[in-house]
Each structure stands twice: as C-alpha cells, then as structure tokens.
Design a binder for this molecule. Structure first.
Ligand SMILES: [Zn+2]
Length: 128
C-alpha cells in the first residue's frame, strides 16, 4: 500500500475526503493539464460543481486569462486528480468478479454491478 504524503493543508484534506466519498461521480474529471468549462463536465460531476470549487478541487483559470472578461474556465487540481486516479485504480480490485465494487442485491443470490450492470451469482463473489 502506498504511504500518504503529509504535505496537504486542511483545505486539501477536505478535498481529498470529498473525492474519497464521491469519486464514482468524478471519474470523468479532466486531467490537470486540460482546461474546461462547467458545460464540458458530465452530469455526475456537474451536480457537485459548487462543492468541487469550494474545496479547491476545481481551480479557476480566470486569473491566467488576459483582459477583464471573467472567463469561467477551470482545471482540476493536480493532487486531487491523482487521488481520484488512485481511487479509480483501486476499483479494479473490487470484490465482484467483474472487478467492480458497488452492487445492488437482486435477491435469489444475484448481485448486480452498479458500474457495468453485469449480474453475478453470490457464490462467485469474493468474501473478505
Ligand atoms: Zn462491474
């Protein structure tokens, strides 16, 4: 397992916690090198937009824009993006046979993956 670095301020700690709790909705956040507008985000990410901004997960690029026009252009905080990728990587180790984690219990010993929609026999699921 990787070791957490301790260079995070309190704001970033809140940001990372938010990512841990909501990474399923944030999987499409663009790489830190890309800039984007609110409308470029998918609806899952858009619903968290204000919180993402408040926590510094999305960084305003308007200061880097020449002129007085307030450009609503954003980029993803690099450290937050790394955290998100880490969460997405871990998803591949999910306990369902398809490699995912979240599931819906269909009853009759069937579990349905919330990610890819595959149905799995409970018997086939790894237990901790
Ligand atoms: Zn799946």
């Amino acid at each position: 397992m990787s070791v957490e670095s301790n260079d995070t301020g309190s704001t970033q700690t809140g940001a990372l916690r938010f990512i841990d709790a909501n990474w399923h909705d944030l999987r499409s956040l663009p790489e830190p090198t890309e800039t984007f507008r609110h409308s470029d985000l998918d609806p899952d990410a858009q619903q968290h937009f204000k919180k993402l901004v408040a926590r510094g997960i999305l960084v305003s690029e308007e200061n880097r824009t020449a002129g007085t026009r307030k450009a609503a252009i954003w980029s993803t905080n690099e450290r937050c993006y790394e955290r998100l990728q880490k969460r997405l990587d871990e998803e591949e180790d999910g306990f369902l046979p398809c490699g995912h984690d979240p599931f819906k219990n269909l009853g009759d010993g069937l579990l349905k993956c919330k990610r890819c929609g595959k149905e799995h026999d409970k018997e086939a699921v790894r237990c901790d």
